[in-house]
Design a protein around this ligand. Structure first.
Ligand code: CO
Length: 135
């Protein structure tokens, strides 16, 4: 089901400070910030080889990322795996009794389809499944 690691998500207090750090200290190339208002986040992605790092800043304190920051502070937030067919992946997981946060795909940053598997079901790691737009 899992093709590769699409990205790792990090929660940060200030997207601009974090982007500058990765640009200046690691020579990374963070893209333009993209707001996903439904999730209460502004996200920046930058490529690392064939994978990516996603920096996430909350747009409001009561969003999931806002609550995460308040409780745990900055740091690792989720792993995102690329899948071929998100709908059937979710149906299969649900049928096997795996606890999902999203029963059906949502639209994520960059027009991808995405859904979260509950960290309780995945050994404490919030797990995102991503289906890329098909060309
Ligand atoms: Co993500």
């Amino acid at each position: 089901m899992l093709n590769r690691i699409h990205h790792l998500g990090y929660a940060v207090e200030d997207l601009r400070v974090a982007s500058r750090f990765y640009r200046e200290r690691f020579g990374a190339d963070p893209g333009e910030p993209e707001a996903v208002e439904e999730q209460g986040i502004i996200a920046v992605m930058f490529p690392v080889g064939e994978s990516r790092i996603e920096l996430l800043q909350p747009t409001r304190p009561d969003s999931p990322i806002g609550k995460f920051l308040a409780k745990r502070g900055e740091g690792f937030h989720h792993t995102a795996f690329e899948v071929e067919d998100l709908e059937s992946a979710l149906a299969e997981l649900d049928k096997s009794g795996v606890e999902l946060i999203d029963q059906s795909p949502r639209v994520g940053a960059g027009g991808t389809k995405m859904a979260f598997v509950h960290p309780k079901a995945a050994f404490g790691v919030l797990t995102e499944l991503v289906e890329l737009p098909h060309s």
